[in-house]
Design a protein. Sequence first.
Length: 205
Amino acid sequence: MADDSSDSLPVSASALDSAAAAIRRGECVVYPTETVYGLGADAVDSAAVERVFAVKGRSRDKPVSLAVDAVDALDDYVRLSERERAFAEAFLPGPVTLVAERREGVPDVLTAGRDRVGVRVPDHPVALALLDRVETAVTATSANRSGTGSARTVDELAASIHEACLVLDAGETPGGGSTVVDVAAETVHRRGEDADAVERWLAEH
């Protein structure tokens, strides 16, 4: 469970409550991660996921990942082999996205019809506190219009995203991007933070 005491977080408990309520209503929220700001909505609500695609201007043939607040929560959304679970326990929470076999409750719109989905456990206290409150998976995609740069501060968000989403401002994030890896296929789809460590793990396990 996330530690969301008022002394430990850069956003208020009431702001987190409002953001969680917005997600439960099918709306979009901008939230900080250990890389950049993310665009979050209920990842198992097809209409909410459609809203994320619309807000980003993202092609429907490009899948979106989902985030949960703990490795144990991944089992509700993906089927993990023993090796994939060991990988998740080694790298999550952290700036790594694991591509794994989705369960039936994960909607086609999120995965662009594919049978695998990217899953994350973000290493940011605000993101974890939000996910803990929502009690469902939330979309994990950068909070920017497709084709534009990612936002490390809320001032860098497009005006259209500000208008469409509730925004949790936790100051500047570290930047970078997650490493995307399919452990079963021995494939790193995108090199980002922790990429060297991920490749070493794949070679050694």
